[in-house]
Design a protein around this ligand. Structure first.
Ligand code: SF4
Length: 221
């Protein structure tokens, strides 16, 4: 059973009886609470930025907004030492394989925050020839922060939303304690519907066929 912060507040109220199904599970729920409290207050973001949103992320990391209040001031340049990927900026098709690869290299538990309109859905460049319409088409996103760009306050709100999500998880149900290894996400080759240089001849033949068919249709009309 997944517990939420509201459930915990009820458990702490002596006037509310503990549900039968939880009576034998107090140790787990207490452990969840301590474990999640610790995790939520030591989330280390991955240090990288993609476009203008990254400037606001950098501003958030400075002393004025002080993410150290949340235990999040340590930004790491290695995916091996991080548990939060902040996708801050425009996601180009050329960048997608690198982002997926970095995500696969992060140890679980890991989280993704899509910062801004571009990372969430393509933003002003949606349907541009070189931009994907949201990083959630490739990796799972836990928190979306709207804005173009989002303010540092909005990003902090995203952090708090992530903390609430972490505090609602249970070690009994989280995927990273299940048996077996989790599947790595396949790394796209330069993103979907893109030109794969290894298929150059095939693409050229297909496009020439398409054009011939189009010309024949025009001539017959
Ligand atoms: S959402 Fe706006 S500010 Fe952020 S990367 Fe896109 S264009 Fe730049």
């Amino acid at each position: 059973m997944t517990m939420t912060p509201d459930d915990y507040s009820d458990l702490n109220n002596p006037d509310i009886p503990i549900p039968d199904e939880l009576k034998s599970n107090i140790a787990i729920t207490t452990l969840d609470r301590i474990y999640n409290w610790s995790r939520a207050r030591s989330v280390w973001p991955l240090l990288f930025g993609l476009a203008c949103c990254a400037i606001e992320m950098i501003a958030t990391a400075a002393s004025r907004y002080d993410p150290a209040r949340f235990g999040m001031e340590v930004m790491r340049p290695s995916p091996r030492q991080c548990d939060l990927m902040i996708v801050s900026g425009t996601v180009t098709k050329k960048m997608v394989p690198q982002i997926v690869r970095l995500y696969n290299q992060m140890a679980e538990p890991r989280y993704v925050l899509a910062m801004g309109a571009c990372a969430s859905g393509g933003g002003p460049f949606k349907e541009g020839y070189n931009v994907v319409d949201g990083i959630d088409k490739f990796i799972p996103v836990d928190v979306y922060v709207p804005g173009c760009p989002p303010t540092p306050q909005a990003l902090l709100h995203g952090f708090i939303t992530l903390h609430k999500k972490i505090e609602g998880q249970s070690i009994m149900s989280v995927p990273w304690y299940k048996k077996g290894q989790s599947e790595a996400i396949p790394v796209p080759v330069l993103g979907p519907d893109l030109i794969d240089p290894r298929q150059g001849e095939l693409i050229q033949a297909a496009s020439e066929g398409e054009y011939s068919a189009q010309f024949e249709t025009d001539e017959n009309a």
